[in-house]
Design a binder for this molecule. Structure first.
Ligand code: NAP
Length: 293
């Protein structure tokens, strides 16, 4: 498998496509806004003019777009992957979407003579830039094995977690943990500031104990400097917490902290912070505490 059609060259897709070129794959990338293909082209890949152009010769079709309707449009829409991919091509959907939509699209892929894995990722923009993503993969074991070289080029922890849709279920759990973690960190920051503690020193020592986390390591800079350029946008995390809360309801399980943090994320979106990095949950805690400036 040497030729990859890559659709969606945004914050995550662009650096991932660059790593695939560096690993020796031929990459034809398509992005709706053409300018975002620049890093891929600079690395030696080709900017395709359409989805059809990107996937015509592809053994693997990688997709990295925001939400369930976007993946549906890219795969099953007019001029999409199902209409244009080579028979037997393997679709790897790296996007974070609803598990039920993934399963339905994987069945449609099969009907169209294609194969599909759900392979959402974790590790943030830094993980994509450093080819150090965690990748949780759902689908057939033989397709997972076939896709290994692709995963190894962009990820560090790559695990086949079960049949189609399982990757998305694990990603939903990931987003529940990350959101709760950011909220707890944000509350700690507001608390520490209220006592005039040296915040940098406090976060350094907290990072070395049980309170340490990838969230603390990656997000403390934003919180120290009150800069929230994404990264991972609040609006995307809101989408993911919607997936978590509705899937939990369907399964009949109760996630009280998850429900609360989903509301706080919704509040951040409602007040206009949707385009900021999810570390901007800090701004919500500041609003509640009256310490926002
Ligand atoms: P992003 O920067 O917004 O990139 C999304 C890309 O998809 C854009 O280039 C966009 O094109 C394209 N796109 C959007 N809707 C489309 C459609 N209907 N048809 C075709 N192309 C479409 O988002 P991102 O941060 O890379 O996130 C992508 C996925 O990765 C999401 O599911 C997100 O939840 C997940 N994720 C993100 C992170 C992170 O830290 N950012 C971490 C883990 C997982 P335009 O340029 O034309 O808008």
């Amino acid at each position: 498998m040497t030729t990859i059609g890559f659709i969606g060259l945004g914050i995550m897709g662009a650096p991932m496509s660059v790593h695939l070129v560096k690993a020796g794959f031929t990459v034809n990338g398509f992005n709706r806004t053409a300018a975002k293909a620049a890093p891929l082209v600079e690395a030696g890949g080709r900017a395709a003019g359409s989805i059809a152009d990107a996937v015509a010769d592809a053994d693997v079709v990688a997709v990295m777009v925001p939400d369930s309707p976007d993946v549906r449009a890219v795969l099953a829409g007019e001029g999409g992957v199902f209409e244009n991919a080579k028979p037997g091509a393997l679709i790897i959907d790296f996007s974070s979407i609803r598990p039920d939509v993934t399963k339905e699209l994987a069945e449609q892929a099969h009907v169209n003579g294609l194969r599909m894995l759900d392979a959402p990722v974790s590790g943030g923009e830094a993980g994509a830039r450093n080819a150090a993503l965690s990748i949780m993969v759902g689908g057939a074991a033989e397709d997972f094995e076939a896709a290994r070289p692709v995963f190894d080029a962009v990820g560090k922890t790559v695990v086949h977690v079960g049949p189609s849709g399982s990757g998305q279920t694990v990603k939903a759990a990931n987003q529940l943990i990350v959101a709760s973690n950011i909220q707890a960190l944000a509350e700690a920051v507001v608390f520490l500031r209220a006592y005039g503690v040296d915040l940098e020193a406090a976060l350094e020592v907290l990072g070395g104990g049980l309170a340490g986390s990838a969230v603390l390591t990656q997000k403390k800079g934003n919180m120290l400097e009150n800069t929230f350029q994404p990264g991972f946008r609040i609006e995307l995390h809101h989408k993911d917490l919607g997936i978590v809360t509705s899937a939990a309801r369907e399964a009949g399980v109760v996630l009280p902290a998850g429900a609360l943090v989903a509301q706080l994320m919704a509040s951040a979106l409602a007040v206009g912070d949707g385009g900021l990095d999810h570390s901007a949950l800090l701004r919500g805690v500041e609003r509640l505490s009256g310490t926002n400036t």
